[in-house]
Design a protein. Sequence first.
Length: 365
Amino acid sequence: MIVGLPKEIKNNEHRVGLTPASVAEISKNGHEVVVQRDCGLEIGFTNEKYEEAGAKILDNASSVYEKSELIIKVKEPMESEVQYLNSDITLFTYLHLAGNPDLAKKLIDSGVRGIAYETVTSPDNTYPLLAPMSAIAGQIAFNVGNYFLLKQNAGKGILIGTLDGIDLGLVTIIGCGVAGEESLKKAIRNGVEVNLIDLSEERLADLKSKYGDNKINYIFSSPDSIAESIRNSDLILGSVYSLGKNAPKVITDSMLDLVNPGSVMVDISIDQGGCFESSKPTTHDHPTFIYKGIVHYCVTNMPGAVPLTASNALNRATMSYIHELTNKGIDVALNENKYLRDGLNIDNKDVPNQLVREALESLDN
């Protein structure tokens, strides 16, 4: 099989779908790998390293797509990349179709087969290819939230944590999945008080058994409990995920009237449309905007801020599936592995994943 690695072109996106070490594994199994020139240069993965791993370097994206049967990426294709897609190509990447219905339609119309990292499942009902990036996003969310609370960044001008025994700040975390738990760990290390909100009482109980209740308020999610929690919060982190669907809007526009000016809201769910009604996608170049006096951080590729760490973490998660796709063949791999098949979002100009299809249909209505 011929596997292709194009360069990511989203704003400030320097992650790579395949590291040189991953290319070496694929090559050893007898497959050909073609890599777009300089695709990993920004994180130290030179063309020479890819060549040493067995890859052939091609000068541009069109050549990589034209030659490849399986394309490995990190982010969804940009508008300029759709022209390279056709029914002879299988795309393995994050797609987040419900968060971008216009792009979804173009991808479907292209005839490409699209397997989305974020909807691949596992026997324990988790999302193994979403987890590593969620963990990184959860850590980044707390860090950038703290940073944008600085006065020169339009924040309140406070330090989140404990200073000489004085408690400083209140953090509200909505959604206790992988990202939410990583944000919680950061908050605990900083000694800050946390409102931890989730729809699952079982999940809240599990986290309470792990982290105790010192400075952590475990709260069952409802509109009233969220409104009360954000009232005095300095930093609000939203991390709500619904498989294949747009994230629910857990903070409405009217709720923002309860939030003090200079507070910071970080929407980790922005890839899936965002979980704050006021959210709109931002970039690493222009990461924030102010609405109702509140700093909003809604960068759609948050893990892209640490591309070397993120690339290595992603590759550790994806490689077993890539081996299945290349060694067995794409059709056989999808047929034999129902968890990988859950990732099949686009096939033959159709949307076989029921949850993704329903989400897209709801956006048309």
